[in-house]
Design a protein around this ligand. Structure first.
Ligand SMILES: Cc1ncc(COP(=O)(O)O)c(C=O)c1O
Length: 383
């Protein structure tokens, strides 16, 4: 089996992730932060170790500003819904995932917020100056994906961050694609809130993610409950991360996420991105040679986080993805990838596309085999 669906969830996981999760479950998985006994303290320390490790990866100086969530979607909802209010204005890009667009559109319909989506070129690339042009007196948030989950295009996040800081507007980045391989630095890129999943490039298990919130950004909570702190206080504690971490945490998952982030730190995001870029170029260049193939991604690692989106003539992408799986044992994803607006930009909004996404455990042979598989399917379809 060749797994080329790493943009959905990375697979396989490094063995250190499985080992640390297993150890947690067997040796100390008590409730962290809820008791003074030895196992609760050990679980709490393990969670905080994971917090420190993830913070090192993103250059977050104060680990207490990082709250764990169950995925990127939850983190994005907490950030967006916690900040906006009726009549305010939000700026975003045309390549956002539904995890950003659905909360925004729902708030537009139910609360009357105003949304500006800047335009992009045929690959969804935006000019950061267009973000600046959209700023108004009531703009309270700028949201950008780090990289598109449809075609891998990398957004000019550092430039957008500079503009946002200049105008004093909070800047939220969805790092779902690219975290773990691109050099995310919340200080250098002036990111005020960073939402990320644990189960993609950070190599952790599903059910994990997180949200960094810079000191000074005030969010309303979406959920209140037990935090193990200030229990006598009738309202939600305002200290981070407790404010955003109600209820029992996913301790084994967070431990796995910490081990995954540690693995990434040891290899280095630069090395991972370089390796993935080599595979991406091989894949894109190989597919581009096949008659009938239309690519929607750049081959160049400076502009692509590791995704190749394509279609084969007028074949339904779902059919192509199905044949790749059934006849060749290759896992890809077909359709609209939860980002309908991105498909409008790419001109694929009717049927979507087939997405190949490489991970750091793929090899050149995987990629060569995938190209040959598409070549055979194209040949058979032409007969
Ligand atoms: C760009 C982007 N944003 C958000 C998400 C949602 O991530 P999660 O499934 O962890 O909530 C995804 C998932 O594919 C994504 O690619």
């Amino acid at each position: 089996m060749i797994y080329l669906d790493n943009a959905a969830t990375s697979f396989p996981k490094p063995s250190c992730v499985c080992r640390e999760m297993d150890r947690c479950m067997r040796e100390y998985c008590a409730n962290p932060g809820r008791g003074g006994h030895a196992l609760s303290l050990r679980a709490g320390m393990a969670v905080n170790r994971a917090r420190d490790t993830v913070c090192r990866l993103f250059n977050i100086r104060d680990p207490m500003r990082l709250a764990f969530t169950k995925n990127a979607t939850e983190a994005l909802n907490i950030a967006i819904k916690g900040l906006v209010y009726p009549g305010c204005h939000v700026i975003t890009t045309p390549m956002e995932h539904n995890a950003v667009m659905r909360p925004l559109r729902t708030l537009e319909r139910d609360m009357g917020i105003e949304i500006s989506v800047v335009k992009g070129n045929d690959f969804g690339e935006i000019d950061p100056f267009d973000i600046r042009r959209e700023i108004k007196k009531n703009t309270v948030l700028i949201v950008s994906t780090l990289s598109s989950n449809v075609n891998g295009i990398i957004m000019p996040v550092a430039e957008i961050g500079r503009t946002a800081r200049e105008y004093g507007i909070p800047f939220l980045v969805d790092a779902s694609q690219g975290a773990g391989s691109l050099p995310v630095d919340v200080e250098a890129w002036r990111i005020d809130m960073l939402a990320f999943p644990g189960h993609k490039g950070l190599m952790g298990p599903q059910g994990t993610g997180g949200l960094f919130v810079r000191e000074g950004i005030r969010l309303r909570t979406l959920m209140e409950g037990g935090t193990g702190s200030n229990s006598e206080y009738v309202y939600q504690p305002e200290i981070m991360p407790d404010m955003l971490e109600s209820g029992t945490l996913n301790t084994p998952g967070i431990v796995g996420l910490g081990a995954g982030a540690d693995y990434v730190l040891k290899i280095g995001t630069g090395t991972i991105h370089e390796y993935k870029s080599r595979l991406t170029r091989l894949l894109a260049d190989g597919l581009a040679q096949i008659p009938g193939v239309r690519l929607y991604s750049f081959a160049d690692g400076d502009r692509n986080s590791g995704i190749v989106a394509m279609n084969l003539a007028d074949m339904d992408p779902a059919k192509l993805s199905f044949i790749l799986d059934k006849d060749f044992g290759i896992c890809t994803r077909a359709g609209l990838h939860c980002s309908p607006a991105a498909h409008v930009m790419l001109g694929t909004s009717g049927r979507g596309s087939v997405r190949f996404s490489v991970g750091c455990f793929n090899t050149e042979n995987d990629v060569i085999y995938a190209v040959e598989a598409v070549e055979r399917i194209a040949f058979n379809a032409a007969l």
